[in-house]
Ligand binder design. Sequence first.
Ligand code: HEM
Length: 436
Amino acid sequence: MAWWAWLLIQSVVWCCAGVLAVLWWLWVTKPHVDIPGPPTLPIIGNALDFLEHPVTLHKIRDFHRQYGDLMRFYAGPKLVIMVAHPDDVQHILVTSKLVERDPMSTSAMRTFIGDGLLTLNGSRWKTHRKLINPTFHSELLGNFLEAFHEGGLYFSERLASDSAGGAAPADVHTAAFFGAMRSFCSAAVGADPDRLIPDIPEHEVSTSLRHVLAVVQTMMLRPWWRSLSLLRLTSEGRAILKYYGHLRKGVEEAIALRSAATEEGPAKTRRRLLETLVKPGGQTTLPVSEVRDEETLRLFPVVPMLSRVVGEEIWLSKGQVPVPKGAILFVTPFLTHRLPQFFPDPLKFDPSRFLEGRSGEEHPCSYLPFGLGSRNCVGSQYARLEVKVFLATVLRRFRFLPHSRWEDLENATLTITIHTVKPIEVYCVPLQESGL
Ligand code: HEM
């Protein structure tokens, strides 16, 4: 064997041995906690438990059934704890004031949405939050009603045309998504939706959205996929990037229009998100964050997991279990919302359980679709009002009958938002024809 080949083999062997030694050291010095969880393998921890893709609600519910309200996992040597009990939710989100999101999720999200409230931590997060908070203040919501109404009409028209008079099932998520997108363009960005929303067939856009959410999950679990160059190698990746490019161009155009303005325009109390973030002349710009649109927030909360990094040791389970600094916590509203001690007969869809005097009595933190504490949803009031306007618009026009089954809803991927693997379809029977 040539000397250089021998040298090369030796170098590779020593490098591998070095990497293995470091990984082994990280593994044996990993933090330990007295919390039940699935068995681990050296170095890779619980990686094999998440090999099957996508990770769905089913999977985490199975773990929950097996291990209870506090579950321990290892992502390699990194300690990850899933939390379902509202006492611990309260301690993490409200009392301990943990505000840092974990780097696994934020760096995956950053690939698509850049540096915004969802992905920032520390002082930059505080600055963005202070800037954006007043934009969604309840006193200003009245200004958005017209935009919500237009979005609701669009949603309703889409359902009418897709459902062919109630004969065919309509994809309710796509219709609601585009309605919400239109409202957001005019309410928050102040731009004509037809200009901002890319001129791409809607089915392509909704497929792209589905792919984006699946890709973000892959990126969280498999860090080597966090590269746009790798993404470009797949046809799905190229479709995502094409749509993303169009959307970014639209937002940049709206920002440019605002920057080109020479004076402030609307009075301070009537400012839209973009007007708050971009001054005439074009200073400060922040990326416009995503729109979220769903209808049932307890059984399928839109944001399925809220991550926090433990900055200093904290104690969970009523002070019984110490969790060391550096661990990652995932608060899981979709599990909390199904705990029978707080929501009797939890899988029953029974909106009347939220009637005055019936909801949240048992525990102030058992229902948290919009999160809690200082990092809660900045758009919660906006979203609640929008959902009401959309519902009022479509309920006046259709009677809804199910097409998708319960299992289709449960077969949902967990990423930034919860997303069913198959579209959610319903029959929309026009009210005149249903005789109501
Ligand atoms: C039904 C609709 C929505 C639901 C269920 C929802 C839910 C949530 C939840 C649970 C969080 C907290 C995440 C955490 O604690 O880690 C959050 C954060 C956030 N939401 Fe929403 N959201 C909705 C709509 C919206 C809308 C319409 C906007 C913007 C217009 C928005 C903007 C944000 C932002 C920027 C954050 C990050 C806040 C921060 O980190 O400081 N959301 N949302």
